[in-house]
Design a protein around this ligand. Structure first.
Ligand SMILES: NC(=O)C1=CN([C@@H]2O[C@H](COP(=O)(O)OP(=O)(O)OC[C@H]3O[C@@H](n4cnc5c(N)ncnc54)[C@H](OP(=O)(O)O)[C@@H]3O)[C@@H](O)[C@H]2O)C=CC1
Ligand SMILES: O=C(O)C1=N[C@H](C(=O)O)C[C@H](O)C1
Length: 265
């Protein structure tokens, strides 16, 4: 499968280039960065710490998308909605790992999915997607007597909060209870907040150092507490998930899919 990495110079972009090079049946056919990026013109393999791959980083996606079968996109919401339109025009697979997307961005992805095969997830790792299934079950079993709080920690460079993973886990918890996350979500607490409202799903965000991604879902009841956690130690887990998603989507009809579809969960 001929794959393009967009945001090739980023933390995930470089990891994705390595993952494509290591995956049987996949070949890097293009690497895109934004106009003016210092890595333009560099060989993508060298950029990712590998031997040269003969693919120069470019800021012109049109000819690159036209010659590809899929695009791996861990960039920004603005870049992802732009690439979604191009991927739909080129009728190629679009794997979206970008987080921090607003309702309007998601509506654009849904529109593009009429023509493209899009797989989007706030976390592409196997472990987190299994955890989401467990959270849904535990949330349904415990009910509202147990307060749900989601705690996440990431590296100091992360720009969005709560993380895409925390929101994914929050959605799973809300589904388990049969409520909408939008009605129960509490993402900030500061000052005299008053007592916790029954049924709220709380989020707490920590940022610092080089943490790849830690998430815990705490179910706090009267006299006991249950905590389900995932610790990402290496960004390779997300890149491997993205490759799996691209290969899975290759012969699917157009639509918007998630990692639960890819993993058969
Ligand atoms: N779903 C998942 O499993 C995971 C999701 N993520 C998400 O992926 C995203 C990226 O994370 P990370 O790699 O750490 O961030 P980085 O900032 O390291 O990488 C993003 C890259 O995208 C580039 N970029 C921005 N705009 C454009 C554009 N218009 N065209 C081409 N390239 C562009 C940036 O360039 P520049 O810096 O020059 O602006 C940068 O190189 C985040 O939203 C993060 O939360 C991360 C890990 C796992
Ligand atoms: O920005 C990151 O680094 C990560 N982002 C994703 C998120 O927002 O949950 C996935 C992972 O936790 C790393």
């Amino acid at each position: 499968m001929r794959l393009v990495v967009v945001g090739a110079g980023g933390r995930m972009g470089r990891m994705l280039i390595r993952a494509v090079a290591e995956t049987e049946g996949c070949i890097l056919s293009g690497a895109i960065e934004r106009a003016g990026a210092p890595v333009l013109g560099q060989d993508a393999g060298v950029l990712a710490g590998l031997a040269p791959l003969g693919v120069a980083v470019t800021d012109d996606p049109l000819p690159v998308f036209a010659a590809a079968e899929g695009v791996l996109d861990f960039t920004t919401p603005a870049a992802t909605t732009f690439f979604a339109e191009l991927a739909a025009q080129a009728r190629i697979v679009h794997v979206v790992g970008t987080t921090g997307m607003e309702e309007a961005d998601l509506a654009k992805l849904a529109a593009a999915a009429h023509h493209a095969r899009i797989v989007r997830s706030g976390n592409m790792s196997l472990g987190v997607n299994l955890l989401a299934g467990l959270v849904r079950k535990v949330s349904a079993a415990l009910g509202e007597d147990f307060d749900i709080e989601i705690v996440e920690m990431h590296h100091r460079m992360k720009v969005d909060a709560p993380s895409g993973t925390a929101l994914l886990l929050g959605e799973a918890a809300a589904e388990g209870r049969g409520v909408a996350l939008a009605d129960t979500r509490v993402s900030t607490r500061d000052g005299h907040t008053g007592a916790r409202r029954p049924g709220d799903i709380g989020f707490a965000t920590l940022r610092g150092g080089t943490v790849v991604g830690d998430h815990s879902v705490v179910f706090a009841g009267a006299g006991e507490r249950l905590t389900l956690s995932h610790h990402a130690e290496d960004r390779a887990i997300f890149a491997r998930g993205a490759l799996r998603a691209a290969q899975w989507a290759f012969d699917r009809p157009p639509g918007l899919y998630g990692m639960a579809d890819v993993l058969g969960l």
